[in-house]
Structure formats: C-alpha cells, structure tokens
Write a protein that binds this ligand. Structure first.
Ligand code: PLP
Length: 407
C-alpha cells in the first residue's frame, strides 16, 4: 500500500485525528479492539434511522427489510470465512460467547468423566476458563500444549497428548501476546486422524490474515466483530453443519424454537437453533459492512503491509538497550510484546499514554502464559492497516525518552 492509500484509509477513521493530551493520537492497541471506519458507523445509523424493526417474526415492511439485511450479513460472513452454507454461521456476542456455546453444547452431548480437552499454554482466558468449567462439571482433565522459547507450540508434545479420551482440541490461530501464527492446519489434521474435532479461536487472525475454514477443515471457528473494525457485541461462531446439528441448543427462548408447548418443545433449524432471543441485527449488518471494508482493501495486501510494520518496529525496538521482545516465532502476525530492562510494563504504558500513544500493558488475559514465562506482564503494541512507519518512529523516540526517565 502506498502513502496515498494509507492517507485515504486514515481519513475513513475519524478517531485517528483525535488529540490526546494535545498530542496526535497513535493507536497501537488494535489487538484489544480496532477503530471503526465511517462506513460502519453510518451503517449503524442507517439501520436505526431507516430500517429498524425486530426481525424474523414481522409481516410488515420494516421487519422484512431488517430480516433481509441480517440474513444478507450472514451470507457475507459465510463468504468471508469460505463456506457456502450460511446456516453454518451463528451470530454471537463475540469470541467469548462462541467458545462458551461450544463448551456447553458440545460438552453436554459428547463429554463425560475421564475425558480430556486440549488447549495450549498461550490461550486467552476465554479459551481456558469455559473448558475448565466443563472439566469441573464433568470431572474431566484439561491438557495443555507447551511452547518453546520463541513462542511456538511444541507439536511433538501435542501429538503425544492426543489419545482416545481427547474429546476436543481448542487452540488460538494467532496469539494476542506473542503474535505467533499457530500451524492450525497441522493441528487440525493430527486431531482428525483420531476423529477429534477442533475449535479455532480466530479473534486475532481474521483481521490480519486470510482464513478459509473449509481449507483448514476446522470444525468450529470463532471471532469477534470489534477486532475487525465492526462494533462491539457481535461475533461469529462457524460450525460444520453436522456438528451444529448434533449438539443441543445453548440458550432457550424465542427464535430458537419450532413449536412450544408445556408437554414438549421442538427446536428450530440451523442457524436459529443457536440464536435465542432478539439478535443484534444492527450489529450483524455493521459487521458485514466492516468485512466489506476489509475485502475492499484486500486481506493479502493488509497482511503484507502489517507484516512490514511489524518487521520495521521489531528492528527499531531491537536498537534500544535492554530491549527484550517476548515472542520471536518464525511465523508472526502484527503483535509485538516486549520488556525493557526491569522496568515495570505499567510504568512505560502510563508515560507513553501521556505522549498520546495507546499501548496495552499487563497479562493480556493470558495469565498462564505470562506466568510460564516468569515475567510480570508485557508492553504490547498491535498494528492495524491504518498505522504507519512514521507513527512507529514517533513511538520509538518516545519510548527511548520514557526508558531514560525510568532507568
Ligand atoms: N481470544 C483472543 C485470542 C483474544 O485476543 C481475545 C480478546 O482479546 C478473545 C479471545 C476474547 O474476545 P472477546 O472479548 O471479544 O470475546
């Protein structure tokens, strides 16, 4: 992408022109949430101003319009993930809800005492705790794939972990702390060799790299809208049709039923079986708009540009004395975690903030990973396609100043 293109893109994101403490905002916290382009915000406004009505059950004009928009959004998501079956797309509140859905519904149907679930050491809490809760309910064991020094999963340990008691493997596609792009295709292949289904947490992957659930052969793939330029409160669970049909509903209520009586209630077909209550039908259309925005730039172009940013920032950061980058995988996304000498991450983050630079500090909801590394947390910068090398230069200069002050 050239400078003109980046400038045009930046103009689509009004918040990037904000001043923070009278300084130009530099937003390097895209792993936590992304900023929203005008087209997405306008889509929300247009929905509420012109087509707002509850969906699926109304005969009137507005309800039909809103239903069409919601279902079209589902088709756009399906297309984005590479499936031609839109009933394989379930709208959720986000990654967390999608994982909880599978932990509950799959767990109820397929797991029992003595069984095992496999996750990795680098998982986000949302891909640990729902499985711990399942293990507690059913007296099962959680197995953990370790990682090497560089932050890459130990595939031999993983392979040795799989056995006839493994009921599901649930791993992240891209680490929100280390930036590692995990070899999920291989992870899925190995699990499938013994008929174990796999859930992939794609929260940090879909905004940055091309994902095709059919090519990966993932059984479940989940992500959050707000990390891909869409609003908060909307997310996606992709599930293979046969799995979604085989597992029971997660929540009961309106929409998810076919008939209700006090004797017997029957459930709706996919995808509605998993969408109890009024869905976020404005959020779904805004998500579709965000995906269109991303596709319009081109996901490969985005991946390439963000990789350049990551490589450049890594090179510049490594020039700082006492710099320790946490996560040096061969295959890495646009996330950089680091520490400088023994300065506490929080102190660096606080001072950078005063200079208008938004970074994240702490355990990044991956406490087991941070504990395993024996560190207090990290400072994390995570890039999006609207960030620039010029911003990285300002950030590195500011960081040097901050480090001098705190040393
Ligand atoms: N998984 C990963 C890898 C994440 O980075 C995050 C959020 O940071 C989540 C899951 C949880 O996403 P959400 O809070 O949108 O449900």
């Amino acid at each position: 992408m050239n400078e003109q293109q980046i400038n045009d893109i930046r103009n689509d994101f009004p918040i990037l022109s904000e001043k923070i403490y009278n300084k130009d905002l530099i937003y390097f916290d895209n792993g936590a949430t992304t900023q929203k382009p005008r087209s997405v915000v306008e889509k929300i406004e247009q929905g509420y101003y012109h087509t707002n009505a509850n969906i699926h059950r109304g005969v009137h004009f507005l309800s039909q319009k809103a239903t069409e928009a919601h279902e079209e959004a589902r088709s756009i998501v399906a297309n984005f993930l590479g499936t031609d079956k839109k009933e394989e797309i379930i709208f959720t509140r986000g990654t967390t809800e999608a994982i909880n859905l599978i932990a509950f519904s799959y767990g109820e149907a397929y797991c029992s005492e003595g069984d095992e679930i496999v996750v990795s050491v680098m998982e986000h809490h949302s891909n640990i705790v729902p499985w711990q809760m399942l293990c507690e309910r059913k007296k099962m064991t959680l197995r953990v794939i370790p990682a090497n020094e560089a932050g890459e999963l130990d595939m031999t340990a993983y392979q040795n972990m799989l056995n006839e008691r493994t009921k599901l493997v649930s791993v992240m596609h891209v680490s929100n702390v280390l930036g590692t792009i995990n070899p999920v295709a291989d992870i899925i292949k190995l699990a499938h060799a013994q008929n174990t289904p796999v859930l992939i947490d794609g929260a940090q992957a879909v905004p940055h790299i091309a994902v095709n659930v059919k090519e990966l052969d993932a059984d479940f793939y989940v992500f959050s809208g707000h990390k891909i330029y869409a609003p908060t409160g909307i997310g996606v669970l992709y599930g293979k049709e046969n799995w979604l049909n085989a597992i029971p509903p997660y929540q009961g209520g309106g929409e998810m039923i076919s008939t209700v009586s006090f004797k017997k209630t029957t459930y709706n077909e996919l995808p509605f079986k998993f969408e109890a209550g009024t869905p976020d039908y404005i959020g779904s259309t805004a998500l579709a708009e965000a995906l269109k925005y991303v596709l319009n730039i081109g996901i490969d172009k985005i991946a390439d540009y963000e990789h350049q940013l990551m490589m450049y920032a890594t090179e510049e950061l490594n020039k700082i004395q006492g710099m320790r980058i946490i996560g040096n995988a061969q295959n890495k996304s646009s996330v950089i975690s680091f520490l400088v000498n023994d300065i506490h991450p929080y102190d660096i983050g606080m001072l950078l903030d005063k200079l208008g630079i938004a970074v994240r500090t702490g355990h990044h909801c991956a406490q087991p990973l941070i504990d395993s590394l024996g560190i207090p947390g990290t400072i994390r910068v995570s890039f999006a396609f609207y960030n620039t090398k010029a911003e990285i230069d300002v950030f590195v200069t500011a960081l040097k100043k901050v480090v001098t002050m705190l040393s």
